[in-house]
Design a protein around this ligand. Sequence first.
Ligand code: HEC
Ligand code: HEC
Length: 227
Amino acid sequence: MRRTSLVAALCAVLIALAFTAAGWARQRVWHVAAQSGFEAKVEYCKTCHGLSGEGYRGYYPIPRLAGQQPKYIENQLRAFLERRRKSPLGAAREAGAEGVMLNVAHGLSPAQFGALAAHFRSLDPAPLGGAPTEQMSLGKRIYENGLPETNVPACMACHGPDGKGGAEIPRLAGQLYPYTLHELAYWTRERGQNGAKDDVSAIMIPTVQNLTPAQASAVAAYVSSLR
Ligand code: HEC
Ligand code: HEC
């Protein structure tokens, strides 16, 4: 009798161990699968955002993600998902297509938001350049001092002296000139589009409303040159 219960106990232990081992094995497989899923996502992002996240100057400018603030990247991915931010590629096609980044964000898990943001944060390619250089000194002046006469705030006050941003405030340093220009011109049509959801994009409204196109061009050129 005693012997049988001993065998039973031993069996129970062995079975428990077998399950644990299977559990470990399964967890490892899941881990590897998630990892390769992540690598595949990074490769996917880079087909558009550039091999080092430097951005792409094509017919339609694709923003630099390299060195971008992780909190800002995560917030923008959520913004596309919650339709707070409209993709201009969709907006341009009046037919109601929602744009590429909504589809991209749909294909990601919340955990991947953080991992992707951390990945792009770690990249540091040189800025692509190519902005007009005539207005650099005006751009620098607007960036550092704003235009008090027309209520344009100093960009530096929020985006930092070197344009690196912080937390939900984006890095502007090295950002593509045509992309920054587009954001400044189309802000109220693309950002803050879902009033039911929290959104910090309204902070930029006084800036975008008070800059003239020439001033926007000058400051976009200046930040694109920052390293
Ligand atoms: C097919 C091209 C394409 C792919 C693939 C793509 N993006 Fe984008 N992404 C864009 C375009 C174009 C924009 C510019 C804004 C827009 O369209 O809404 C953008 C904008 C962004 C922004 C906002 C940047 C900013 O400065 O505000 C983030 C963040 C972003 N993408 C992250 C990603 C991540 C992460 C991936 C991969 C999982 C990815 N993108 C894949 C085209 C793409
Ligand atoms: C009061 C703080 C504040 C000031 C001043 C400010 N910004 Fe911003 N800016 C922000 C915040 C916050 C965001 C992110 C908004 C969001 O998440 O939608 C932002 C976003 C931006 C973006 C979008 C970046 C991207 O990758 O899409 C651009 C471009 C920009 N700011 C340019 C400027 C310029 C140029 C000035 C000065 C003329 C300026 N900002 C002044 C707070 C500020």
